[in-house]
Design a protein around this ligand. Structure first.
Ligand code: ZN
Length: 323
């Protein structure tokens, strides 16, 4: 393969995003670590069960680029004679439906996989895709998080190391360029944002940007402080995404409606910035996190953004943690 620069990297995984949020939604409040642990196990099973049944929807974008929706994070696919490249791996239970969808696009084998970050709902399928012949590419922190057992304190949860076959072998530390299927892919590491392992992927000729989980389209995002994420990093990453896009760029979010654009991304930035400032003000005034939640600093945005797994209260808590 043609990574212009190869360095080192990592992976591992459970859907912390969904597990935290669903646990929170189920109880209507913040979970104690032991509750979170129990909920997390249930949620991981739920995600796997759901992925085992959910159909995969194909969205054809431009040129030879498509999205597969329905298995964890949105999966980008670049097709062509060099073999397919996947951006994110989805959930293992979706394997037959993902393969069926990929074969509908074209018959070439899957040769490459880029992980936008280490989270379970983007890397669970790494092992089977590697067994199919895909080389795994990821940031050095994805490599690190997947290679080693991880403790996430907020969850009181110990994650096992991933099998070697599921760990990236092509490591990106800052940025890399890959030429494949008549396309130029540029991989760039964000400063810590959703996690400390986030990569953006730009496909130049098709004018497409995959933002990984720095962008949740139309829904409040999860921020994983346990592996280096923070609200100010999310805002900075979003500013970088906006700067990299024109009005014609197709923007793929990690979660939410999978075909997006600069206008929607800008609305997301405005939402993040306003809520960040509202929550920071409450914290500076000496309010506790529960008082900040009670003050409803997200209220103006809740009807649009608060309808998915990250509830207004939970998002307030995530922002409060980082300001
Ligand atoms: Zn994530």
């Amino acid at each position: 393969m043609a990574l212009s620069r190869q360095h080192s990297m990592s992976r591992r995984g459970f859907c912390i995003c969904c597990a935290v949020a669903a646990g929170f939604a189920a109880t209507g409040g913040w979970l104690t670590p032991s509750q979170a642990f129990a909920e997390a196990k249930n949620i991981v099973d739920m995600i796997r069960d759901s992925a085992a049944k959910t159909p995969i929807t194909i969205h054809k974008l431009r040129r030879n680029v498509s999205i597969l929706e329905g298995s964890g994070g949105n999966i980008g696919v670049l097709s062509g004679a060099d073999g397919k490249l996947f951006i994110d791996a989805g959930i293992t239970a979706s394997r037959p439906r993902i393969l069926e969808a990929a074969n509908k696009l074209s018959k070439e084998p899957i040769r490459y996989l880029i992980n936008t970050h280490w989270h379970f709902d983007h890397t669970d399928g790494n092992a089977w895709l590697n067994a199919q012949g895909a080389a795994i590419i990821g940031h050095e922190n994805t490599h690190k998080h997947l290679l080693e057992a991880q403790r996430v304190d907020d969850w009181d949860f110990n994650f096992p190391a991933s099998p070697l076959a599921a760990v990236p072998t092509e490591i990106v530390s800052d940025e890399s360029t890959l030429k494949l299927n008549g396309s130029t892919l540029h991989l760039k590491h964000y400063e810590p944002a959703h996690t400390d392992s986030d990569l953006s992927v730009t496909i130049a000729e098709a004018d497409i940007l995959h933002c990984g989980d720095t962008y949740w389209n139309g829904i409040y995002p999860f921020i994983d402080y346990s592996t280096g994420g923070n609200i100010d990093g999310m805002i900075k990453a979003t500013e970088a995404n906006i700067a990299a896009a024109t009005d014609k760029t197709i923007i793929i979010p990690g979660h939410g409606s999978p075909v997006s654009n600069k206008m929607e991304l800008t609305a997301y930035r405005d939402m993040l910035s306003t809520i960040r400032d509202n929550v920071a003000k409450l914290k500076q005034q000496g309010h506790t996190v529960d008082e900040a939640i009670a003050a409803k600093p997200t209220e103006a945005f809740d009807a649009k953004w608060g309808q998915f797994v990250i509830t207004p209260a939970f998002f307030t808590r995530l922002v409060y943690h980082g300001v």
